[in-house]
Design a protein. Structure first.
Length: 170
């Protein structure tokens, strides 16, 4: 449905108008780097979200499938398929959870650790290629700005506006 709406709206927008929209530019950049990352990871049998899941397992293993799903923002049925895929690849295994007999803990295998390392190298190479035309200070600035966009606290100018006393009543 969203695609059909976009297909109806996009022809109405001038190309030069679109190029000035921050949301449009961010979306185009995200689509490009995602496509590049998908291509780079596909020989390993992984997708970008699966790379994120391998990284989460590495960081917190052993962890339950439920916790893994929370960390990577995947629902229960999706995370079950992801872990099944990892087991098929030999990248992870399910073990009895020592803290809860009803659940299984997910851990990386040696092959999974090697695969994660290769995937991270490939993802870094994609990022390096994608950002190649930016100088080091521009890369750092972009990184900082993107992190700032995800910070839920208001920018300093908005904080100043929030703390101003209300105008006097006439």
């Amino acid at each position: 449905m969203i695609i059909s709406i976009i297909n109806k709206i996009e022809p109405l927008l001038e190309a030069d108008t679109q190029a000035g929209w921050v949301g449009y530019l961010l979306n185009q950049a995200a689509m490009r780097i995602r496509t590049m990352t998908v291509v780079a990871l596909s020989p390993l049998g992984l997708t970008p979200p699966q790379l994120r899941a391998l990284e989460a397992i590495q960081k917190e293993q052993p962890l339950s499938q439920t916790r893994l799903g929370e960390l990577v923002n995947m629902d229960r049925s999706t995370i079950v398929h992801v872990v099944d895929h990892f087991e098929t690849l030999g990248a992870a295994s399910r073990e009895a959870d020592p803290t809860d007999r009803r659940s299984h803990a997910v851990v990386l295998t040696k092959k999974g650790k090697d695969m994660l390392s290769q995937a991270q190298i490939r993802a870094r190479d994609v990022e390096t290629e994608f950002l190649a035309h930016l100088s080091h200070p521009e890369r750092e600035a972009l990184h900082g700005i993107l992190h700032k966009l995800f910070d839920p606290s208001p920018c300093p100018e908005e904080k100043k506006r929030e703390h101003r006393p209300p105008p006097p009543k006439p």
